[in-house]
Write a protein that binds this ligand. Structure first.
Ligand code: ZN
Length: 426
């Protein structure tokens, strides 16, 4: 693993213990840590603000939460694992019988070792999550319960960074940061996003403007769209939601609602060029992340999502087993590079026009390529013939790559060469 993987891991370890939720001190503290990598600006909304069809809820903070068994022993302790507490639990303190307590306990009989991740953002509820194996050990008696939480009027905070380019046309990268100590879903997304920012900030001569969003899932995207949705509708060239990008599984690409948007075409071409196994899944509004908001019919933005192993299908998903041991930091490094290649593919995706379209131009005379006619041809030369033939002002670089099999970076480099030789124009 090189430097980048090690850096990602160090940030993972610092962010891991924080109890995050959609709003509150854990979310803000996490943004403050990511700010060391990305110069985030915060957009804020207030509790009670109406955003599209939603209302910004209260902020949630936790001091302590536990359950004591009839012997006075703490058997569930939020401080040992923050997944134990149902997210947005309202305050409660009291003594309950086992059967009363069970109404507030969540476990997974099918995965007896796992503590499930449960939230109740918009309905007042308190509860604890525990493994089914632990649940089975509870015996009748009086249980002391403390849920020392606070729900108060506060702020919904969205972290945003923008890298300007020559054009107002935008590429959006969006991830969320609202789960407590969970790894693939969730910490992997904002970590890859932060280091992708770092890499794109060093890209020379950026054509596009880049927007990076670190938001709480759903309510964050809804709030963002309530303010910037119409400007995105005008200017968004392509966008991606980063989620489940931390494990070592094969790539999975979820298409945008449009199905053949620039985002989709760039992603699929780049994945093909990696030579690795990948699968394509259709847009699905019933399951997923913030692409559900970006691709809602009123916006219908060109936003897809490149992941490793898709949410919901891996058994560790939304349980305490989605932890560091499931992560592969070398693969996260590769994810940063793959998203970067997708941005590059969009950057160089011009439509070129052949200035000498009648017959093949005599390239040898222009000293463009080797002058000897010999066996075996270079990648650059193949790209040249395809570019000269398909550059009729209608085909973009991605479509020439699709048809020729030539790599995008090679096509872009050769197109620049042909422009200098006055054979192509943009
Ligand atoms: Zn999730």
């Amino acid at each position: 693993m090189n430097n980048l993987g090690i850096k990602i891991e160090a940030y993972f370890d610092r962010l891991w213990p924080i109890c995050r939720s959609i709003m509150g001190p854990g979310f803000r503290r996490s943004l403050d840590i990511l700010k060391e990598v990305v110069p985030l600006k915060y957009l804020e909304f207030k509790t009670g603000d109406k955003v599209l069809d939603w209302v910004v809820p209260k902020e949630w903070g936790v001091n302590d939460a536990y359950i004591m068994d009839p012997d006075g022993k703490k058997i569930i302790d939020f401080k040992k694992n923050n997944v134990h507490l149902v997210g947005y639990s309202i305050p409660f303190s009291g003594t309950l019988s086992l059967s009363e307590l069970k109404d507030h306990l969540h476990s997974l009989p099918a995965q007896p070792n796992a503590i499930p991740f449960v939230t109740s953002y918009y309905n007042e509820h308190w509860g604890f999550c525990l493994s089914y194996n632990q649940l089975k050990t509870l015996r009748p008696g009086k249980y002391k319960v403390l849920v020392d939480t606070k729900l108060r009027d506060g702020k919904l905070v969205l972290g945003q960074a923008i890298l300007p380019g020559k054009s107002k046309k935008e590429i959006l990268f969006s991830s969320y940061l609202c789960h407590p100590s969970l790894a693939n879903d969730n910490l992997s997304g904002p970590l890859v996003l932060a280091f992708l920012y770092d890499k794109i900030s060093k890209m020379p001569n950026r054509e596009f403007t880049y927007r990076f969003l670190f938001i709480p899932e759903t309510i964050g995207a809804i709030a963002f769209l309530s303010k910037y949705g119409s400007s995105l509708k005008k200017n968004l060239a392509a966008g991606f939601v980063l989620t489940c990008v931390g494990d070592a599984g094969d790539f999975t690409y979820k298409l945008s609602r449009q199905g053949n948007s620039l985002a989709d075409r760039a992603a699929l071409r780049v994945l093909k060029e990696t030579g690795k196994k990948f699968s394509i899944i259709p847009f699905d509004p019933a399951v997923g992340s913030d692409e559900r908001q970006y691709c809602s019919p009123g916006y219908n933005l060109p936003v897809g999502s490149l992941m490793r192993t898709q949410y919901t299908i891996y058994p560790e998903y939304h349980t305490s087993l989605d932890n560091k041991s499931f992560m592969d930091f070398k693969c996260m490094e590769e994810m940063v590079d793959t998203y970067y290649s997708m941005a590059r593919a969009i950057e160089v995706n011009y439509k070129w026009q052949n200035k000498k379209p009648y017959g093949e131009p005599q390239v040898g005379r222009r000293g463009l390529f080797r002058s000897l006619s010999e066996k075996g041809r270079q990648e650059d030369e193949l790209a040249m013939w395809w570019l000269l033939n398909l550059s009729d002002g209608k085909n973009d670089i991605i479509s020439i790559a699709e048809r020729s099999g030539a790599r995008i970076e090679v096509l872009a480099r050769v197109a620049d060469k042909l422009e200098k030789a006055e054979l192509l124009k943009k």
